[in-house]
Design a protein around this ligand. Structure first.
Ligand code: 6U4
Ligand code: NA
Ligand code: NA
Length: 158
């Protein structure tokens, strides 16, 4: 039996740039990624997405401005957890990204995303996101570095 855990992941876009953060601790440490975390029992997924973004880089968004662009599932060989990650993006935001205890934010050109220092799956699905597609992907890992198998498909609506 797989135990599902719900996570958010938010990407802020500004013209031809995307905001990423270098994770300073915990899961995914030293990797660049969007901003997000666990959904708490007392909040909606959208509220969690906006809250985590603000906690991690001090940027504010209205939950209703977040567009749900992807659904990702991660499983790990020999482990009972399925990470259910809801991915959002927006170009409507307030505040300048600031470093926090968890993340060091930085703007990257869409053509200069640092895939070598990111989750290996990002290289596979970022092109969908950067082309404005909606998609579902699932990735099965051995450890945290090797993708054993995956599936990705464009979808019409979330
Ligand atoms: P705490 O316990 O507060 O440190 P929290 O911030 O709630 O944790 P965290 O940072 O562990 O949660 O959440 C993991 C983040 O990493 C989520 O935004 C989802 C994202 N994520 C997890 N696996 C990923 C993967 N393979 N590829 C990817 N993002 C992933 O691009
Ligand atoms: Na987090
Ligand atoms: Na967090």
């Amino acid at each position: 039996m797989l135990v599902k855990k719900l996570f958010t992941l938010v990407f802020i876009n500004n013209e031809d740039q995307i905001l990423l953060g270098l994770k300073k601790r915990g899961f995914g440490v030293k990797k660049w990624n969007g901003f997000g975390g666990k959904v708490e029992p007392n909040e909606t997924i959208l509220e969690a997405a906006a809250r985590e973004l603000n906690e991690e880089c001090c940027v504010s968004v209205r939950p209703s401005d977040l567009k749900n662009i992807a659904h990702l599932e991660f499983t790990f060989e020999g482990q009972p957890t399925l990470m259910d990650v809801r991915v959002f993006s927006t170009n409507v935001f307030e505040g300048n990204p600031k470093e926090t205890e968890e993340m060091l934010p930085k703007w990257f050109k869409n053509t200069e995303v640092p895939f070598d220092d990111m989750w290996p799956d990002d290289r596979i699905w970022f092109p969908y996101m950067l082309q404005g597609k909606k998609f579902f992907g699932k990735f099965h890992y051995e450890g945290f570095d090797k993708i054993l198998n995956y599936k990705i498909e464009e979808i019409d609506c979330m």
